[in-house]
Write a protein that binds this ligand. Sequence first.
Ligand code: CP
Ligand code: NVA
Length: 304
Amino acid sequence: MRHFLTLLDLTGDEARHLLKRAAKIKGKLKEGKPHRPLEGKTLGMIFDKASTRTRVSFEVGMFQLGGHALFLHSDTTQLGRGEPVEDSARVLSSMVDGIMIRTFGHDVVQKFAQYSKVPVINGLTDLTHPCQILADIFTYEEHRGSIEGKTVTWIGDGNNMAHSWINGALSFGYKLKLACPAGFEPDEKLLAAARALGANVSLLDSAAAAADGADLVSTDVWASMGQEEEHALRKKAFADFQVDDRVMTFANADALFMHCLPAHRGEEVAASVIDGPQSVVWDEAENRLHTQKALLEFLMSDQT
Ligand code: CP
Ligand code: NVA
C-alpha cells in the first residue's frame, strides 16, 4: 500500500508514468469513453480548511472512475471535536478504500497514514500541496512539452506551494529559482533535503532576478489559509514581490504564468498577468481533475 503525502513519495519514473496516465484518462473523458477502474470503491475526503478545486476535483474524479467520495468536514465530524487522529484513521480506513486529507499540520497526515489501512493522499497541509504540482507540471507540458531542464520561477511566499515546487524539481528535473521576502523563505530543512538529493534550487533576492530567463512563472497568495490575521503585515512585506507585467518582461517571451488559485488580483499578481495571454490558470485548475484521477487509479486500483 502506498501513500501520497509529498511528491517524494513517488519515484521520478512513477511521477512521469502518472502524468502519462493523466493524459490518457483526460483523452478518454474528452472522447466520452468511460473509464471506471474504481467501481465499488470509496474515497473519504477530510477537510479542516476550505476548498473549491480540491474538493470538486476529487469528488467528480471518484465519480468518473466509477467510485464514490464522501465529504467529511471537521465541523461535522468527531475529528473536529477532538477524536484522536489515530482512532479516526483506524475507523475510517476500515470502511473506505482511500482517504484524502486537507489540514493544517503536516504531522496530521503523517499520523493518519501511519494508522490507516488504506492509501492516504495529502490534499494540502501547511507544508506541502503535492496534488497541485502534478496538475501544474501536466499543464506546462500540455502547452510547452517536457519541463525537464526548463527554468521555473517562484515569486512570493516560501509556503506549501513553494515547497512542492522544490520537491518537484527533483521528480521532474527542472531548475527552480525562488524570490521570497526576507523572513518568508522556504523551510530550511525541506530545501536542504531536496538539494542533498540533487534538486537544482536557488534563492534570489528580487522578483526580476528570479524571473530572468524563466519558462514558467508561478506565485500564490501572500497569506495562506490559517494566516488571515497576518494579512496586513504580509501585504507590506510582500509589496515588491507582485508578479506584474514588468516582472514578466524578464521571463522568456513564451513563458507561462501559473497560480494554484484562489488569487488576489492586485496583490501577488497583477490582473493584466493572470488574465493575460501567458496565463494558463484555468487549464491548471481543470487539470487537477485529470491528474488526480491518475493518482487515485495509481493508489487505489490494480489496473494502471
Ligand atoms: N488550488 C487549490 O487547492 O484550490 P482549493 O483551495 O479551492 O481546493
Ligand atoms: N498557499 C495556499 C494554497 C491554497 C490552495 C494556502 O495554503 O492557503
